[in-house]
Design a protein. Structure first.
Length: 188
């Protein structure tokens, strides 16, 4: 039997957990059975670009949290991105989007805000939340540290990742002796 270093096995395991997280997001319940979720696994140079973009946003906006979270992404082994095509209508006419009907919502102007495109259907956003929770739960069950991060999604959108998604969130992953995502002082 060959010898496999712990670090090598842990890296492989995190990559496999990330793939299982994508499956969890895909199979999470969706409103009306309509799947408008997008997923992406980011590692290597692309992960580095994501971290760098987060740091740029932090400098541009003078928000240290973007820089701190960028460092977390850089120190992570992988990042799972989950987005949603939230500007599509659901068909319930609930008005939660601010419009009288789903038709009015669908025909409304979709605008780029500071970070994401809106307005969004609340049911699509709920679907994204359920997908995020399912993915994070998969990582938790397999003992891989993770944290859902809004700021990762901001950088992902700026880099053109998950282009069809109006909103994106990220879940960085790490397997170390202590979670790098909690009790994180700002290193500014």
């Amino acid at each position: 039997m060959p010898i496999i270093k712990g670090e090598d096995a842990e890296k492989e395991a995190v990559d496999e957990v990330a793939k299982l997280m994508l499956v969890s997001a895909r199979t999470a319940p969706k409103s009306g059975g309509i799947d408008d979720i997008q997923t992406l696994l980011v590692t290597g140079e692309e992960k580095e670009a994501l971290a760098t973009e987060m740091e740029k946003v932090g400098v541009d906006r003078n928000i240290d949290g973007f820089k701190r979270d960028g460092w977390n992404v850089r120190d992570s082994q992988a990042v799972v991105l989950i987005g949603v095509r939230g500007t599509r209508k659901f068909g319930l006419n609930c008005g939660a989007c601010g419009h009288k009907s789903c038709e009015e919502f669908e025909n409304s102007e979709k605008r780029q805000g500071q970070d994401f495109i809106g307005p969004n259907c609340i049911f699509k956003i709920l679907d994204m939340g359920i997908a995020l929770g399912s993915a994070a739960k998969m990582a938790m069950e397999l003992n891989v540290d993770n944290r859902i991060m809004y700021r990762v999604g901001v950088a992902a959108k700026r880099l053109g990742l998950l282009q069809e998604s109006s909103v994106v969130m990220g879940i960085p992953l790490s397997a170390r002796g202590k979670s790098i995502y909690f009790d994180r002082p700002l290193k500014i």
